[in-house]
Design a protein around this ligand. Structure first.
Ligand code: SF4
Length: 303
């Protein structure tokens, strides 16, 4: 069945307002531990040598190479939910850098198939996956008060669950980098139609946000997956265009909106993600327009 792929997105609250000043932990160390401080990237990224004016014309591999070269391996990571786009990027990254940093969130509500592809990625690419878990105590308090399936009862409950299981861990993870790579594509949904290939993520302290597949189509993604024999989540073959937490993701029928498989019990305008939004404008600011703060459109999550 041909399905439209989209990244996993959650309608979320804004992450904590934490200043970023931390570096990546060395491989083999606890990725949740507070890393040593390194200079954070300044707001003058586009002034750095090696950032071309025609960044939008770069193909995916060239953009990834540029980002790795500019930020350095330890300061940029793929943030992945192990969807097909993320796996394409991981395949590309591993050809450019033998030990790319890979971040993911384990919300403790994921599908078994997601853990399977996570392990397949580890085996195939030899990467250490930095898994970030929610903080235990707030989750325990929430579940004791509202139950494990609180998300079905109200938008507020769902956002509380996403906030504890996703927003906080992602914010914590992104403190360790100066740039993150996502699998966002412009043709996934209209709100992503102006996703820049390289932007500034104001919601996470002004770090780089890189979308190397921004101008790719679904067909290109699957052509790459098949031609490079990239491992992918088995749920994609079962009608899941978007794979997030098990309670909040379902298969869709042919012709259905790809978003129909996420938070299907909510109104569509409540399904937007807050993870990647500018906390002020609610939009993502592209790197070239950051001085004018010209907004280019809301973004959604890779998770
Ligand atoms: S289980 Fe649902 S509500 Fe909770 S974090 Fe996952 S997607 Fe969000």
């Amino acid at each position: 069945m041909r399905i439209e792929l989209i990244d996993d997105s959650e309608g979320l609250t804004q992450p904590p307002d934490d200043p970023r000043s931390a570096a990546a932990p060395p491989l083999g160390e606890d990725p949740n531990a507070m890393p040593a401080a390194i200079p954070r990237v300044s707001a003058e990224l586009s002034e750095l040598p090696g950032i071309p004016d025609d960044i939008e014309t770069l193909d995916a591999e060239s953009l990834l190479a540029l980002v790795l070269r500019t930020l350095g391996r330890d300061r940029v990571a793929l943030a992945t939910s192990f969807g097909a786009e993320d796996m394409v990027i991981l395949d590309m990254l591993s050809r450019l850098e033998p030990r790319p940093r890979v971040l993911t969130l384990d919300t403790a509500r994921l599908h078994e198939e997601t853990y399977d592809v996570m392990d397949a990625a580890r085996r195939r690419y030899g990467v250490e996956i930095e898994v970030y878990f929610p903080q235990t105590e707030p989750i325990e308090r929430m579940v004791r008060a509202k139950g494990l399936n609180l998300m079905y009862e109200s938008i507020e409950n769902r956002r509380e669950c996403c906030g504890l299981r996703k927003v906080e861990p992602l914010a914590r993870a992104l403190k360790t980098v100066d740039g993150w790579i996502t699998g966002l594509r412009r043709d996934q949904i209209v709100t992503r139609s102006e996703t820049p290939k390289l932007g500034i993520d104001q919601a996470h302290g002004g770090i780089w946000k890189v979308a190397p597949l921004a101008d790719w189509t679904t067909e290109q993604v699957w052509d790459y997956v098949r031609s490079h024999e990239v491992p992918y989540n088995a749920l994609h073959d079962k009608g899941f265009p978007s794979i997030g937490c098990a309670p909040c993701t379902r298969a869709i029928q042919p012709g259905e909106d790809p978003r129909a498989g996420r938070w299907w019990w909510e109104q569509p305008d409540h399904r937007e993600c807050g993870l990647h939004l500018d906390p002020v404008s609610g939009r993502l600011v592209p790197i070239r327009d950051r001085d004018t703060s010209e907004a280019v459109g809301p973004e959604a999550s890779s998770f």
